[in-house]
Ligand binder design. Sequence first.
Ligand SMILES: [Fe+2]
Length: 483
Amino acid sequence: MKVDRLPKVRTSLSPTNHPYMTGAWTPLHEEVNAWDLEVLEGAIPEDLDGVYLRNTENPVHDPVGRYHPFDGDGMVHAIEFKGGEATYRNRFIRTRCFEAEQEAGEGLWGGLMDGPGTSKLPGFGAHGSLKDTASTDIVVHNGEAIATFYQCGEAYRLDPLTLENLGVASWAPLEGVSAHPKVDEATGELMFFNYSKAWPYMHYGVVDASGKRTVYQGVETPGPRLPHDMAFSSKYAILNDLPVFWDQDLVARNIHAVRLHKGLPSRFALVPREGGEPRWFEAEPTYVLHWLNAYEDGDEVVLDGYFQENPIPRPLETAPDGHNHLMAYLDEHSFRSKLHRWRFNLKTGETTEKHLDDRVLEFGMFNQKYAGKPYRYAYSTTSKPGWFLFNGFVKHDLETGESWEIKLPEGVYASEAPFAPKVGAVDEDDGYLVSFLIDENKGTSECAIVDAKSFQIVCRVALPHKLSSGTHSVWAGREMLKA
Ligand SMILES: [Fe+2]
């Protein structure tokens, strides 16, 4: 392996025993270009052609208040596959806030767990006072990688291969862009949403294949809400108003306390993709972090996602002192998120819904060539009880109900593993899942390639340094990248 190391960024992080700044969440501060990567097992498939992009959380300064792992500075890691070879690079996302803290040599903004008064400067996000780290999500649209912040930020553009910073997206509205904009690879459109404390509390937008915003409209909710993800079918964008949101009396005093509002249903807005009046459907109360796919089926619109049975968990008793609340809210086993299907009947206005599996699962992926269309295969992750750490994958055949599981060895943790179609794929599951593994036993990281059909790891490639965990990833095939 050959590695070029870039000049170091300015850091002022003190040693800590914080559970989400140690172990597999130890921040990485090194930026490199690496090539001639060592293949540890199998061979890199010749029909894997494109780039896997991973966003991770890497705080470079001591937290101003209490640290939450979603406050970490965003870093994008890219592994490009072509002709059976792989190259790797990683870069911090140089947001305005990252640059301001580099200049200051210290943290300037409080985090998710702090009151607005903690920040030394006005900030971003639905909160109004956070650092826009662009550290949550990443998608590829119009040949560019777009990194986004879950509390709504500016949307940062990067070259998906060189990771060069290309500045903020000109199409991003003043109200910001939430994590989880969705790209329809068939039309080249990007659909996005945002949410805030100001009427109409939520917006929906569309950006066309050339990067021009063509739709931007309010989707009114009865007050501030906390949607995290959206979905789309071929005709509708699906936004949500779930009964888990900030206590409205407290939010008026600038205190952001999330609670379950008993008696309120879950509400789903089916917005015509080209813009227009949403049609609302009601369903069982829950909170959903992530959706899988959605599609039309006769008079019904089908939506798959992960239904939380316990969206307001009790503090985690096994957590280290002082972190019981934080750790419960990062633990899928506390939320009990289950693979679930909603069916919205356009004729009757009724919703029917059911679990598709009783295991605790989340962070699902599927073949994006089937986005918005009927699909058969879903890939979910399993997590280590008590921790926001992925310890395996589950493949579902949604037609037969059959499933297959990969369990990683103890101390080995995966990153979100998008589906990468094979060049010349025929079947929906002709492809691979690509994931970065953190091996806590060896103190190293590698890239694992899973054959989606046989559901086995077929190749492992060494990476030049140990990564930190994070949240989201994306696969972009060669056709998604600009020539
Ligand atoms: Fe997310």
